[in-house]
Design a protein around this ligand. Structure first.
Ligand code: NAP
Length: 319
């Protein structure tokens, strides 16, 4: 099969498109024939060896969509040929085939395309975990999706809309902000403008927001604390550096900062998360936005693009 493999950590060009032996599913695993691969920022960090280094060579990727093409022993509940999306993979999804544990494959309704389905695993699970499980957003509350134009942000806007929250999104481009508005945000601000967060206080009539889903905490965390309502919560979803905050901003509001990593979600939480995704797909309140489709061999281009500003939904690789 064709796959993108990494032999050394480094810049996007370390990814090699090459022929690789097909993996085989073991007990409790299925093989997925991949039709589309969702690209996430975390794969650029893994490729670069940013937080940890992995044994090479390896195939990147957790998110994909396709059909079950083979089953290992002790696999119940899935048939050969069934359409699924993946939220994890033993062998890596930047490939034509990937082996996945049964708990990491999920059934799909027919109206969701392969490219859309490839964008569910990390972004929608993260958005639900941040908004509902960690942020505990309740109907009627204000939520600021700080960085709403990308994969996680748009998923959060869609989940928030179904929960009767008042949604403020932010984006760096006019095109991205228009998309965020069309996806259901009540207000959309330009995070490249100076003092744009003053508008949050105007929108909330001086009260502040109850929940912030923060995509770039090293830039925004200190200012987030100043626009929180009493008992407000900032959920740190994304962060690329360090930041100085004034803890008095938390004290004066009984506020909290909650870090989250999807990797820490328990099996029970993951079950709740993927049930919520299934429900949202079924009632059509959830629908991923595809900004760009590229061939699998263009993984390096996808990695460069996902780290640039100007997000517009998801980048998908097509094997
Ligand atoms: P993405 O599709 O690349 O989107 C990035 C988002 O960040 C865009 O909306 C972008 O807006 C926004 N952004 C850029 N500059 C910003 C600023 N100054 N203030 C606020 N937002 C800004 O990435 P993603 O998949 O949505 O992921 C978002 C972040 O969460 C990434 O850092 C990712 O690594 C992290 N993440 C964490 C977890 C976890 O488990 N904690 C899981 C998934 C993702 P514009 O491009 O419009 O400027």
């Amino acid at each position: 099969m064709k796959a993108i493999r990494i032999y050394e950590h480094g810049e996007p060009d370390v990814m090699r498109y090459e022929d690789v032996a097909e993996p085989a599913p073991g007990a409790g695993e299925v093989m997925v024939q991949i039709a589309a691969v969702g690209v996430n920022p975390v794969e650029t960090y893994i490729r670069a060896g940013l937080h940890t280094k992995r044994e090479t060579p390896f195939i990147l990727g957790t998110d994909a969509a396709g059909i079950v093409s083979a089953k290992g022993a002790e696999v119940a509940g899935f048939e050969i040929g069934e359409r699924v999306y993946t939220s994890g993979s033993v062998s890596g999804t930047y490939a034509e085939y990937a082996v996945c544990r049964v708990r990491d494959v999920h059934k799909l309704p027919a109206h969701i395309s392969d490219a859309e389905a490839a964008c569910l695993g990390v972004p929608y699970a993260t958005a639900y975990c941040a908004l509902v499980l960690r942020g505990e957003a309740k109907a009627g509350e204000f939520v600021l999706v700080h960085g709403a134009t990308g994969g996680v942000g748009l998923a959060a806007v869609q989940f928030a809309q179904g929960r009767d929250l008042k949604i403020i999104g932010t984006g760096g481009t006019q095109k991205g902000r228009a998309l965020t508005f069309a996806q259901g945000a009540d207000y959309v601000l330009d995070h490249t403008r100076e003092n744009y967060l003053d508008e949050v206080m105007e929108i909330t009539e001086g009260r502040g927001v109850d929940v912030v889903l923060e995509m770039l905490a090293n830039v925004n965390l200190n200012r987030d604390l100043k626009i929180l309502a009493r008992s407000g919560r900032v959920v740190v979803v994304g962060n690329r550096g360090t930041v100085e905050i004034n803890p008095r901003d938390l004290m004066s509001r009984d506020a909290s900062i909650i870090g989250m990593s999807l990797m820490n979600a328990t099996d029970a939480e993951l079950e709740i998360i993927h049930e919520a995704i299934a429900e949202g797909l079924q009632d059509k309140s959830l629908k991923p936005v595809i900004g760009e489709e590229l061939p699998l061999e263009s993984a390096a281009e996808a990695h460069r693009k996902i780290m640039e500003s100007g997000a517009y939904g998801k980048i998908v690789l097509m094997p």
